[in-house]
Design a protein around this ligand. Structure first.
Ligand code: ZN
Length: 286
């Protein structure tokens, strides 16, 4: 199993998980205020400083004349980190046989730097260039409005969001959506606010099967079992906790397979209802 590139199938739809960086890192920041004894036991690790596989991931969904990318990786910062596959999304796309000009759509879970990193890159002449010049970028209206109008202007995250969206907006390539709607044929948005105001997960449907792709509504599968284990970076912890409840119920009720951009490749599973909550059941797990 490669940690950078793996294919899986949902119904008749092939999806490729592409990493833009696969570090080992300590995950304590994603369990803010939780007793380390609890979350380390849940992850099966010896202590909070133990590194575990992590991912800055994207997904490629091809078919029906479209090549759709779910998020666009971390880009240059991941390369600078010197991590496995860091900032190599261009190589992963080549491995998939896809030319950047062939990407028809990019759908964004949210506008943090590790999800939009390839939108705008420095060209050979140092000028800002669109990596996917023919793509339409789909972003929740609330998310775009927050980062361009509502977020603190002097924050690095705000500057990064603007860098990777304003030139695309100027080119007329951003299309916004509101709430739980079908964004593209067979791909529907599930509003999961909290991590950011317009954070969105996506459900891909094919031939009666579904996969739920979560962005940062869950950084690790254990978040489906503990909705109130809150990442320190969530802007609205109460709302992100409710969103984890929403997607856990949705995945369990619909029997949808689940994966996420920060889960190491290739993590797939189901969320099952159990007494008093939910249980993550990894595909292939013993
Ligand atoms: Zn993220």
């Amino acid at each position: 199993m490669s940690r950078l590139f793996e294919k899986f199938t949902v119904g008749n739809q092939e999806i490729i998980a592409l990493s833009d960086g696969a570090p080992e890192r300590a995950l304590g920041g994603f369990f803010n205020g939780v007793d380390p004894a609890l979350w380390t036991a849940a992850l099966g690790i010896a202590g909070p400083d133990e590194g575990v596989p992590f991912n800055f991931g994207t997904f490629l969904i091809s078919g029906g004349g479209r090549k759709v990318l779910v998020d666009s990786g971390f880009g240059a910062p991941a390369k600078a980190m010197g991590i496995l596959g860091g900032g190599e999304l261009d190589l992963r796309l080549a491995e998939a046989g896809v030319n950047p000009g062939e990407i028809t759509d990019v759908i964004h879970t949210h506008l943090h730097g590790d999800h939009i990193g390839w939108n705008v890159v420095k060209g050979a002449d140092g000028a800002d260039t669109l990596s996917f010049p023919n793509a339409t970028y789909h972003v929740a209206a609330r998310e775009l409005d927050y980062w361009l109008n509502g977020a603190p202007k002097d924050d690095d995250r705000t500057k990064t969001a603007a860098y990777h969206t304003v030139p695309i907006q100027a080119a007329g390539h951003i299309k916004t959506f509101d709430g739980d709607v079908e964004v593209l044929p067979g791909i529907s948005a599930i509003a999961t606010p909290g991590h950011t105001p317009g954070h969105t997960s996506f459900i891909v449907s094919s031939a009666g099967a579904e996969v739920l792709i979560v962005g940062d509504a869950a950084h690790h599968p254990v978040h489906f079992e503990h909705h109130d284990w809150i990442p320190g970076v969530d802007l609205d912890p109460a709302e992100s906790t409710r969103s984890r409840g929403k997607i856990s119920a949705l995945a369990a009720d619909r029997g949808a397979m689940v994966t996420g951009g920060h889960f190491p490749i290739l993590t797939l599973g189901y969320v099952r209802r159990v007494e008093g909550g939910y249980r993550w059941e990894g595909v292939g797990a013993k």
